[in-house]
Ligand binder design. Sequence first.
Ligand SMILES: Cc1ncc(COP(=O)(O)O)c(C=O)c1O
Length: 394
Amino acid sequence: MKDLFADRMSKVPRSFVREILKVTENPDIISFAGGLPNPSSFPSKEIAESTAVVLKDSSDEALQYSSTEGYKPLRNYISDRYSNVGLDVESDNILIINGSQQGLDLIGKVFLNPGDVMLIERPTYLAAIQAFGLYEPDFVSIPLLDDGVDIDVLKNKLDSLHPKLFYSIPNFQNPTGITYSLKKRKEIGEIFNHSNTIFVEDNPYGEIRFMGKDLPPVKSFLENSVLLGSFSKIVSPGMRLGWIVADDEIMKHLITVKQASDLHSNLLTQMIVHHYLTGYNVEKHLKIIRKMYKIQRDCMVAMIKKYFPSDVKYTKPEGGMFLWVILPEGMSSMELFEAAIDENVAFVPGEAFYSEDPQKNTLRLNFSNSDEKKIEEGIKRLGNAIKHLRAKIN
Ligand SMILES: Cc1ncc(COP(=O)(O)O)c(C=O)c1O
């Protein structure tokens, strides 16, 4: 049977996180591994009411086939929301998709031939490596610094390799929690506007800023870009709705590949989400999420300070759902994972987030899906696991 599969299947790693989530199904384990929003933030009652209204008033439309581009009122809503952050985006330049994850696949399909050079951040979102990897590009990764991508390396690679795409997560990056500074965003505009490379801006976490000042999307400084958005972190990931913003020429191709792939995204869900967004107080809902995640993030940072050895480094994100830990030189987070499972606590070893040459002493912690009590207990256990591993290797 093996010889029947396409070559590309042997080149793409199975999702490491899925494998890890299997281990963490044990209810005794406190898991900081998944990338799950806090379910207590889901607007369940409002979604139930919206579903009833859509089915009562518009079932003929909602249950029928529809356009590939997506439900026009929802696209208009997204376009209006962008005008609040100073972005002028026509609804015709918005394509509704099944979560931003589908956008990665469609972008890969539209742009990448095997062997094309594609730049990614180092480290980056693991399922992006998987999605783009299926189109067999040569990934070249650009280091992330505290204030965003390393501009000198980026410029050098743009000039020498002429890549087709650079995939970037400028806000509260998954996995590191790092955010690009305003200065970096402007510098990116300057260098990309002199290149023939498309900046792919993936922004699922932008609305979950719980401290600091909002920054303009990198797209505001760019001529060639594709911007991805998602309702997963602000409404519900299970509803699988996101969108792509692209100019007319790119949009034409995106629509073709989306049509070939699934005709269109679930219209019933689009109409329900639209009803929810326009019929209820979404700003209030976002405030609740931000407040909740800030408490959880502050608790995790405080517990790391209390229970981890002082030479462990970590990021302190101003939004999003993750923070990134750098263990002392010489320690392996894969080995720590085993010690941590013995202590009934889990995380994602950093190796999963590199396309090549992983930095082995790194790991990702999710803070959005555990309450303060669990965070305290889990970080205490992880601190113990670090101490045990250290004693073993010294
Ligand atoms: C950076 C990044 N991009 C895309 C996605 C996929 O999100 P969606 O649920 O919109 O498909 C995620 C999900 O965790 C993510 O972290």
